[in-house]
Design a protein around this ligand. Structure first.
Ligand code: GLP
Length: 241
């Protein structure tokens, strides 16, 4: 794994956006896998700046990792809204070129199949990942077994508690999500994993240095041949670099 440590999340975001730019400019039909969460905001901010300075994204397809079950695309806390607010509306990408699971699909099993088909038809060139404090990637939560394809997941109490900060009432925090599976993530040609802040230092150590375990889903990334880990000094603190 290529590990890069930056002074600030915004420096790291510029580096990550440059990696995306390389993929976007070198391929005829680039497919970028996207993540949500605070971590990726500096990446999207930098990418927006690149677009304002002339980067063309009209040929890009995006595929997001996950969405909450029960939140419609126009719900303010949905990942659809997050993506519109932080990236899509700011770069003027055609909405037909963006893909997210539908958290209010009447048949969730069929929705998972539809999403697997989207991923099959658009092999991901570069996947952007954050990491949960419990080691989840997308919403692949710690478990005795990791699921390969898109699936509905019961979020862990830890994840529900972390997500509660975005909702005004605790009872509104979704208990389930639809997430891309581990195999789909590993099939991306390149992966970048980002983490910032001292609250991520422990899980970054466990994910990168402590063997591969299904109760630390991100540790499976050690098997992938092209992963760049983008950290700040705080999240890298336990790596002994
Ligand atoms: C959510 C998302 C993950 C993300 C994680 C970390 O659970 N499903 O894709 O990596 O949160 O979020 P943050 O970047 O806000 O710490």
């Amino acid at each position: 794994m290529n590990i890069r440590v930056f002074r600030t999340p915004s420096d790291a975001g510029i580096y990550a956006a440059s990696m995306l730019e390389r993929v976007i400019t070198s391929l005829e039909r680039p497919v970028i896998g996207l993540a949500t969460g605070e971590t990726v905001i500096p990446v999207y901010d930098a990418l927006v700046n690149f677009v304002r300075c002339g980067l063309n994204v009209s040929h890009v397809t995006t595929i997001n990792l996950d969405e909450y079950v029960g939140l419609a695309p126009d719900h303010p806390q949905s990942y659809h809204q997050f993506m519109n607010e932080h990236l899509f509306s700011r770069i003027g990408i055609r909405m037909q070129s963006t893909h997210l699971p539908n958290g209010v699909a009447p048949d969730l099993a069929a929705e998972c199949e539809r999403y697997n088909e989207v991923i099959r038809n658009h092999p991901i060139d570069m996947q952007v990942l954050g990491i949960g404090v419990n080691g989840h990637i997308g919403f692949n939560e710690p478990s005795h077994a990791l699921i390969t394809g898109t699936h509905v997941v019961n979020l862990t109490p830890e994840t529900i508690a972390m997500n509660a900060r975005f909702f005004s009432r605790k009872e509104d925090v979704p208990r389930q999500a639809i997430t891309m599976g581990i195999q789909s993530i590993l099939q991306a040609k390149q992966i970048m994993l980002l983490a910032f802040g001292e609250h991520k230092a422990d899980i970054i150590y466990r994910a990168l240095k402590d063997g591969i375990r299904t109760d630390v889903p991100a540790s499976i990334l050690q098997l992938h041949k092209d992963v760049t880990v983008i950290l700040d000094r705080q999240s890298a603190a336990r790596l002994g670099l």
